[in-house]
Design a protein around this ligand. Structure first.
Ligand SMILES: [Zn+2]
Ligand SMILES: [Zn+2]
Ligand SMILES: [Zn+2]
Length: 486
């Protein structure tokens, strides 16, 4: 932890600041999880030790609940599962993810003490729980969780006071970090990383946080080594400057971000971008053509219509009715195009859904056009090294490549690679995939530049022999906020 120091951030409680000058892509710190559990709805799909998504998993023969890739993962996970395994057997059922996580945390602390490593900068006791700020409904849920916890917690484990158990649940509620699968595309669990809890929010942050599962073969040798977060600098950070991350996606109006932050993390964001409403105007603006702008009424009409259609689209997408999604998106786009600015959030949402679903249905050419407009819009809104921007650019690049648009595709893949080298680092599996794609597309581009005809006929032959691999099925919801809301 030589790069950061704890300090009292005015109006924000404790925070971390740089102990020395840092540069884009520097790992400010990395931290293993103190505890982590797989989400209730993911227990059948994800290894409980390494959190990789797998087609086939092996069940723990004792509790029949925990599932693992193989014996190696099971052995690696045993020291954290041992007590859980016995507790589940005795309880006769499986408690929810909150209760499982609270129990994991308490078993770990009981065994190793409040500070499990000398790199840990805070005790759990000192973290905020915001229980007193919770709305009525959340408090009710908290009480149910505590009740279930007390039933589940074994008599022969150390007994804790109810207010301490309540504190742990409060900490999980506002500091539980979303653990993603190995592709970084879907949240599959929740974990606690005490040092990360000290990093305050800014809507335009100077750091990003990424989970690195490491590489498959090296993973299971060290307990917990597989679930490690890295805090990475997005640009130059001066010595003494506070390090910050964004708890919510920047692609929301400032008032919406403030509402989300207040609701989930119980603070009023007073960052520069919120205070000065930076970019709010272009996120909701009308299209300017030759100095003309649409009337307020028309803008409002199309904005309201878009919002309604987006809800219908979401429904159709959850039903996996992709034909309907495409139809709704195309209709919506037709009405949006003459009225909304290219950076309007609802236009960007339509472009994102439409390009993703069309890629999935293998209509790559049309998908590529929409993806390109989406990335152009994102570039005007996001920080140039934003991880979401990097991922979107990567997807758009792959779509262009699949559409045979090799020049633009290669360019986008290079751009995405440059961003992900900073946000994810060279060893992250996605960066490695991108590097392979960068080399492949570079080779194809060279072939294309030498002889277009040969390139196309070779491509056609390749397509005939081997249908292109399917794009991943569109996930209903990407990872938009850092910490989890139940
Ligand atoms: Zn595993
Ligand atoms: Zn078990
Ligand atoms: Zn803000």
């Amino acid at each position: 932890m030589e790069n950061v120091r704890v300090f009292d951030s005015p109006g924000k409680g404790r925070g971390l600041r740089a102990a020395k000058e840092l540069w884009a892509g520097d790992v400010v710190f990395s931290e293993p999880s103190l505890a982590a559990v797989v989400f209730d709805n993911m227990v059948e799909h994800v290894c409980h030790s390494c959190f990789r998504r797998q087609q086939k998993l092996q069940r723990c023969g004792q509790c029949k609940f925990a599932q693992y890739c193989d014996r190696t993962c099971q052995r690696a996970g045993w020291s954290e599962h041992k007590q859980e395994c016995a507790a589940i057997k005795a309880y006769g059922k499986v408690p929810n993810e909150n209760v499982r996580l609270a129990a994991q945390i308490l078993w770990r602390i009981d065994k190793e003490g409040e500070v499990v490593s000398d790199l840990q900068l805070t005790t759990l006791e000192d973290l905020e729980d915001h229980v007193s700020d919770m709305p009525e409904d959340d408090l009710k849920e908290l009480k149910v969780d505590i009740h279930n916890f007390l039933d589940y917690w074994p008599r022969n484990s150390k007994q804790h006071r109810v207010d301490y158990i309540s504190h742990i649940f409060g900490v999980i509620n506002c500091n539980g970090f979303m653990v993603s699968d190995q592709r970084g595309l879907q949240a599959v669990g929740v974990g606690l990383f005490p040092n990360l809890c000290l990093v305050n929010h800014d809507c335009w942050p100077n750091c990003t946080v990424i989970l690195n599962h490491g590489n498959q073969s090296a993973v299971n040798t060290l307990f917990h080594s597989q679930r490690r977060i890295e805090l990475r600098a997005l640009g130059k950070i001066a010595e003494g400057e506070e390090v910050t991350v964004a708890y919510v996606d920047f692609l929301n109006l400032s008032t919406e971000r403030q509402r989300l932050l207040k609701q989930q993390y119980f603070f009023d964001c007073t960052c520069d971008h919120c205070t000065n409403h930076v970019k709010d105007d272009i996120m909701m603006g009308g299209l300017e053509t030759e100095g003309n702008k649409p009337s307020e009424e028309l803008l409002k009409e199309v904005t309201d219509y878009s919002l309604q259609t987006l809800e219908q689209i979401e429904k159709a997408r959850l039903d996996a009715n992709y034909k309907e999604v495409v139809k709704l998106c195309r209709e919506c786009l037709k009405r949006q195009e003459p009225v909304l600015a290219e950076t309007h959030l609802y236009l960007l949402r339509i472009l994102s859904v439409l390009s993703e679903v069309l890629s999935y249905l293998q209509f790559f050419e049309e998908a590529a056009g929409h993806a390109r407009r989406m990335v152009d819009g994102y570039m005007k809104l996001y920080h140039p090294n934003n991880a979401q921007l990097g991922m979107a650019t990567m997807r758009a690049g792959v779509t262009h490549w699949h559409a045979g648009l090799i020049e633009v595709g290669h360019g986008m893949i290079c751009k995405a690679y440059a961003i992900l080298m900073i946000t994810h680092g060279a060893t992250h599996p996605i960066t490695k995939d991108l590097e392979a794609m960068r080399m492949q597309t570079e080779m194809e581009l060279r072939m294309f530049q030498q002889n277009e005809y040969v390139y196309y006929s070779m491509r056609e032959a390749a397509l005939k022999n081997q249908p292109m691999s399917m794009m991943a099925e569109p996930v209903a919801e990407g990872i938009k906020s850092l910490f989890r809301k139940k």
